[in-house]
Design a protein around this ligand. Structure first.
Ligand code: GLA
Length: 498
């Protein structure tokens, strides 16, 4: 079946709309930097946006749908063929020095060395692997010269990493002649970029790459997985989402073992233990990979007198899992197997198991099941018949509940995020929550249109501007760290004559 072609443009207006004029300078600067470094202009440009997740946090890797939108901040990539290696430069050379990798697609990404070039390398490997899996002949491997520039603040929870991986993949598919309509649909590209990004050492889900590839101007998306599908969710009139960076830097890859990957392991253990306690045979329980996979088992057990209700998974968690921590020994006894046997071949999980022996299963599972239910509830409010005010109030409540769950059950908030959320709520936000992986990065607040200016002013003066005085932010990047966000378009290929 033919897929949707990647959107391909020869002008900036059709990608960026009214923002095109402001963006043009970035493309010109990238082209010049490329020429100065490699003696030729890029053959092709690609761009992919960051995202803000409106609701549905830490549930994509458990199989549940999420509700993000692409934002205007993006990564742009210019590529030309040349040399024998992969040479990657950044327009901001003072911040990100040149990196050189071999052009061998089978090399491993050195997760011990965290650097932004790893994300390009992950995309490079992903493109070749996908081509091989589809039985396509391997293209000639020549060297590539790559220049990158991005405006998505790093470590901010706005998916700067997915923006690099997706922009790079789009450019690379073009360079190697892979056809988006035949060889891989946009959904498939988002799936392989999500897999590829895991080379960098984070066992993340597929939300960031899906919305970076499939985002659309003016519309948020309910993204479902396996396979990736995106459904339009029109946001209510009169509502604006404001993003504010707490500036607590949360680098997912560097902190993965103690944060993100630990949560992924905890969810897997929660699913397996819950399956065992629901009466599954031990072998079958150990094979359960996500909390979503348990739904039929829960439904079977809770049918009859208790009835199978939407709240059944949560009821099972409260009834069968105890609060607090489970020791490794306790989990091993329930599952009748060493923990390591559940995670064979998973290097990220091995690091987690080597570092941690106690796991919170009740709270993590309770977050996942309750957050998973908030996503369709959010969509239903948007598509429903209430007045704009009623819709905004209902969405705000769902966002606040999500924040409380992330903070108390999933423990992925932090003091700076809580502070920005509290400030937002005290100054007109109808709802406010962390967005992305958390432990730092950005908040997203739902604000009525007429209150946006005042809201931005207060948060800027009381939270963001003092960070300039502390030297943690500059006047030039201020507007990338607090802004009212409209849903923006997804990844694109640009054939530009600059
Ligand atoms: C990161 C991951 C996503 C998702 C979020 C949390 O952004 O890359 O896959 O899990 O965290 O919702």
């Amino acid at each position: 079946m033919a897929g949707t072609p990647i959107s391909t443009h020869s002008d900036l207006e059709s990608v960026y709309g009214e923002g095109a004029a402001a963006v043009r300078d970035r493309y010109v600067a990238l082209s010049k930097a490329h020429h100065a470094r490699f003696g030729t202009k890029p053959e092709i440009f690609a761009r992919a946006p960051g995202r803000v997740n409106l609701i549905g946090e830490h549930i994509d890797y458990e199989g549940y749908g999420v509700l993000p939108m692409a934002i205007h901040l993006d990564t742009i990539v210019g590529v030309s063929r040349g040399g024998a290696d992969l040479t990657i430069t950044n327009v901001e050379a003072h911040k990100y020095g040149d990196l050189t990798f071999s052009a061998d697609p089978d090399q491993t990404v050195d997760v011990g060395k965290h650097n932004w070039g790893n994300y390009f390398l992950a995309a490079y490997k992903g493109v070749f692997e996908t081509a091989a899996a589809k039985g396509l002949p391997r293209p000639d491997i020549s060297g590539l010269n790559v220049t990158i520039q991005g405006t998505v603040p790093t470590g901010s929870g706005l998916s700067s990493s997915a923006a690099i991986v997706c922009a790079a993949s789009v450019a690379l598919m073009h360079v190697y002649g892979f056809d988006f309509t035949k060889e891989a649909s946009l959904g498939e590209v988002s799936e392989f970029t999500a897999r590829a990004e895991r080379y960098v050492g984070v066992t993340s889900g597929g939300m960031d790459q899906a919305i970076s590839m499939l985002g659309a101007r003016g519309i948020a998306k309910l993204v479902e997985f396996d396979p990736v599908r995106a459904h339009d969710v029109p946001l209510p009139a009169g509502a604006t989402f404001v993003i504010c960076n707490s500036l607590a830097v949360s680098n997912k890859a560097e902190s993965a073992t103690g944060r993100y990957n630990l949560r992924v392991v905890e969810c897997r253990l929660a699913a397996a233990v819950l399956a065992a306690l629901l009466g599954e045979r031990r072998e079958a329980a150990r094979a359960v990979r996500t909390l979503k996979q348990l739904e039929p088992v829960v439904a079977a057990r809770y049918s009859g007198p208790k009835g199978s209700t939407a709240g059944a998974p949560l009821a099972a968690v409260h009834e069968l899992l105890h609060p607090g921590t489970y020791s490794a020994a306790e989990v091993e006894e329930i599952l009748d197997a060493p923990l390591a046997s559940l995670f064979e071949g998973d290097a990220s999980a091995a690091l987690v198991l080597a570092a941690f022996r106690d796991f919170k299963l009740h709270d993590r599972a309770a977050h996942v099941y309750s957050e998973a239910a908030r996503v369709p509830a959010f969509r239903d409010v948007c598509l429903g018949h209430g007045s704009a005010d009623e819709k905004i109030a209902a969405l705000g409540k769902l966002m606040d509940d999500s924040q409380a769950s992330c903070r108390d059950l999933y423990e992925c908030s932090c003091k700076e995020l809580d502070q920005v959320v509290a400030l937002a709520k005290a100054n007109g936000a109808i709802g406010s929550r962390l967005t992305g992986a958390g432990w730092g990065g950005c908040t997203v607040s739902l604000v009525k249109d007429e209150d946006v200016d005042a809201f931005l002013r207060v948060l800027t003066e009381e939270y963001v501007r003092p960070l300039i005085a502390e030297g943690r932010l500059t006047e030039e990047t201020l507007s990338d760290n607090i802004f009212a966000s409209k849903p923006s378009s997804g990844a694109a290929l640009l054939k530009l004559d600059l």
